[in-house]
Design a protein around this ligand. Structure first.
Ligand code: A3P
Length: 282
């Protein structure tokens, strides 16, 4: 794959990532006890969760989310632009990452920092990534969804195998400083109370209503600080859309029966041993 460089077994698109930065974020970047990190495999709802947490931190006041770019409110640990912002920020930081567990900053494992890990039906993740990548210059476009399914099942996609990423991060799920959420659960309004509890925030019912209102799919689609319309033209083809559909089960509109069966087989093999309740999708 000429679009990628490989680091510790993981393919990173060389259009947007630098080996030295991944290395620095893993070896040298210091995560502090008071930090919160939002982690997911790409296209699982990471930006949605950033919006929710930013709103919770401000008791539903949308001023911050409407005036500061989402990747500056919660910068990406493993990116050239994000890492220096984080290094230079004092006090409790909110940050994001798609790194697999074995490449995550080593300092995290000696800290009390909190991680919220979001999972999503990998079939929906795959469809979401397929359409998102088509509007970018991040990798050469696969010729069809079928080709992308093949790459995805082999882990030859940005950040590698969904199965490995998820298996490894799920091993953290009993830790006190780890909250596991699913995109499917985030569709339930009550999930924000769980996030508040984890972050030690107490919001009034009207403040929770504001969090819901300003983190809705439509509100985020209209917020140019969050909808990726301001992503650098270096990586965009023509008009990048992050807020595409925002639904669960869209894969059913795109997979053939044979593709769905092939996917199921790999899922059963690779995710054997986990309680089925961990994966709240059909
Ligand atoms: P779709 O392409 O299926 O629409 P990430 O932020 O991790 O890259 O995830 C992107 C996916 O999250 C996209 O999925 C996007 O529409 C969805 N998403 C973003 N904000 C959302 C929101 N407020 N409500 C529901 N889905 C949202």
């Amino acid at each position: 794959m000429s679009d990628y460089f490989w680091f510790e077994g993981i393919p990173f698109p060389d259009t947007v990532y630098k080996r030295e930065i991944i290395e620095e974020s893993h070896d040298k970047f210091v995560i502090r006890d008071e930090d919160t990190v939002i982690v997911s495999y790409p296209m699982s709802g990471n930006n949605w969760l950033i919006e929710i947490v930013c709103l919770i931190q401000n008791k539903g006041n949308p001023k911050w989310i409407q005036s500061v770019l989402i990747w500056e409110r919660s910068s990406w640990i493993e990116t050239k632009k994000g890492l220096p912002i984080l290094i230079n920020t004092e006090g409790p930081r909110l940050m994001s990452s798609h790194l697999p567990l074995h490449l995550f900053p080593k300092s995290f494992f000696r800290s009390k920092a909190k991680v919220i890990y979001v999972i999503r039906n990998p079939r929906d993740v795959l469809v979401s990534a397929y359409f998102f990548l088509h509007n970018t210059k991040i990798i050469d476009n696969p010729e069809s969804l079928g080709t992308y399914i093949e790459w995805f099942l082999k882990g030859n996609v940005p950040y590698g195998s969904w199965f490995e990423h998820t298996r490894n991060w799920l091993s953290m799920r009993e830790n006190d400083n780890f909250l596991l959420l699913s995109y499917e659960d985030m569709k339930k309004d009550s999930i924000n109370i769980k996030i508040c509890d984890f972050l030690g925030k107490k919001l009034e019912p009207d403040e929770l209503d504001l969090v819901l209102k300003y983190s809705s799919f439509q509100a985020m689609k209209e917020n140019k600080m969050s909808n990726f319309s301001l992503v650098s033209e270096d990586v965009v083809n023509n008009g990048l859309v992050l807020m595409r559909k925002g639904i669960t089960g869209d894969w059913k509109n795109h997979f053939t029966v044979a593709q769905a069966e092939a996917f199921d087989k790999v899922f059963q093999e690779r995710m054997a041993g986990f309680p089925p309740g961990l994966f709240p999708w059909k």
